[in-house]
Design a protein around this ligand. Structure first.
Ligand code: BGC
Length: 457
């Protein structure tokens, strides 16, 4: 019998983006600079010197982009709010024009029948707060909760699903340990401080939400299942350390399991245990968890790669995307089932999943064929379905990303969109992956049973 792919009723099919990657006009109408504004304007830090000054010009074209979502039949849209549009100094006086932008965006989505999911923090800290230590300053928990409250008061009711942070691991590993992302620090001792303050800010915002909000709030993490490169004791230990560092470091405290024991070993003298007050603040109950999944990691013991002492091993014969990430869809099923088992089957949304691949030019008939991305999508959506069959409480899926956009320090060199953006003209063109995804959504997954190429002809 052919396998069928029925998804639950009301499964939330959507797409995701983030503010700095698509909006452009970062300083418009009284907005303050963010750490990304500074980072991209520091010579040599992004590929080709690319910046988010214009990006997808979504700040001016959001109506057109919402119309695109509607035309694809998407039911949800996950976006992030730029903190420094709302509070140019990070704290203090609200910039009404900034708040109004997200107000208009939300109304436009609702009018189009697309449910908004708002993320408070997708990496663009107000620069004014960075000047005060940013994520290293313990006061940030209050700053963040105050910012959250301003958003909740303005939009809760119209926005019913909130996220505090997007990917705390990337914020600290990229921003404080290896420096590839803003604010570009490379400091072992700062990294666990930033991690702790992020989770205290998360907990403080959830607490504040319980006081002023009436719907749901969650946390978004990125998870990469880690496999040992060999059966050796050393490689197996390396995979366990890597999983603690990337996957359990934030989830364990968020779900009340404390900090993983491996953290002290990984950070050595840079680690200090969290107090019981810190642990309980970080463990505020959340309504749902967002899981971002792109790839897996096959790890080997590597003393030359501190602090985890592990490095990736390339898999011969595997397919790698343009960001050099292995396509490994069964890792998504495994990840979702792992979350179910370890954290008591919380409601989960796959809040990001997608791939960068080289896209050929648009054909004369307007068709843009992106077969690798279509294939990636089909494989990973089947993998989500397998997790649902395995009993995981998966409520929705947001493809990353709606639009090609600024891939952080990689600039515009990597395209993740299901919609192509010509950055010279701002023209949007549906890729085959968008057309395929629209069919998946319209059939609530049923077309995943067949050959995607047949669906596209
Ligand atoms: C981030 C996105 C990013 C994507 C692809 C995720 O880690 O949330 O902002 O564009 O990965 O790298």
């Amino acid at each position: 019998m052919t396998k069928t792919y029925e998804f639950p009723d009301n499964f939330l099919w959507g797409s995701a983006t983030s503010a700095y990657q698509i909006e452009g006009s970062p300083l418009a109408h009284g907005a303050g600079a963010s750490i990304w504004q500074r980072f991209v304007h520091s010579p040599g830090l992004t590929i080709d010197g690319d910046t988010g000054d214009i990006a997808c010009d979504h700040y001016n074209r959001y109506r057109e982009d919402v119309a695109l979502m509607r035309s694809l039949g998407l039911k949800a849209y996950r976006f992030s709010v730029s903190w420094s549009r709302i509070f140019p100094e990070g704290v203090g006086a609200i910039n009404q024009a900034g708040l109004d932008f997200y107000d208009r965006l939300t109304d436009t989505l609702l009018e189009a029948g697309v449910e908004p999911l708002a993320t408070l923090y997708h990496w663009d800290l107000p620069a004014a707060l960075d000047d005060r230590g940013g994520w290293l300053n313990p006061d940030i928990a209050h700053w963040f909760a105050d910012y959250g409250e301003a958003m909740f008061r303005k939009l809760d009711g119209r926005v019913r699903k909130w996220t505090t942070l997007n990917e705390p691991w990337v914020i600290t590993d990229g921003g404080y340990l290896h420096g590839a992302l803003a604010p570009g620090h490379r400091n072992l001792f700062e990294t666990p401080i930033a991690s702790r303050n992020l989770m205290l800010a998360h907990g403080s915002a959830v607490k504040r939400y319980r006081e002023v909000g009436a719907h749901q709030i969650g946390l978004v993490v990125n998870i990469e299942p880690k496999y040992p490169a060999s059966d050796s004791e050393a490689d197996r230990a390396a995979a366990v350390r890597s999983a603690a560092y990337m996957n359990r470091q934030y989830l364990d405290p968020a779900f009340g399991l404390g900090c993983p024991g491996e953290m002290a070993e990984i950070f050595g003298p840079a680690w200090r245990d969290w107090t019981s007050e810190e642990l309980s603040l970080a463990a505020q109950p959340i309504d749902w968890l967002g899981v971002n999944y792109y790839t897996r990691g096959v790890m080997k013991d590597d003393p030359a790669a501190p602090p985890v002492r592990a490095s990736y091993v390339r898999q011969p014969g595997a397919t790698y995307s343009d960001t050099d990430w292995e396509v490994f869809e069964s890792g998504l099923t495994e990840t979702l089932l792992w979350v179910k088992e370890r954290y008591g089957n919380p409601p989960v949304y796959v809040t990001e999943n997608g791939s960068a691949f080289f896209d050929p030019p648009t054909a004369a008939n307007g068709r843009l064929r992106d077969p690798n991305r279509v294939d990636y999508l089909q494989r990973h959506l089947r993998a989500v379905h397998a997790a649902i069959e395995g009993g995981a409480d998966i409520r929705g899926y947001m493809v990353w990303s709606l639009l090609d956009n600024l891939e952080w320090s990689l600039g515009f060199s990597k395209r993740f969109g299901i919609v192509h953006v010509d950055f010279a003209t701002q023209a949007r063109t549906l890729k085959d992956s968008a057309r395929f995804y629209a069919k998946v959504v319209a059939s609530n997954g049923a077309v995943l049973a067949g050959d995607p190429w047949a669906v596209l002809e």
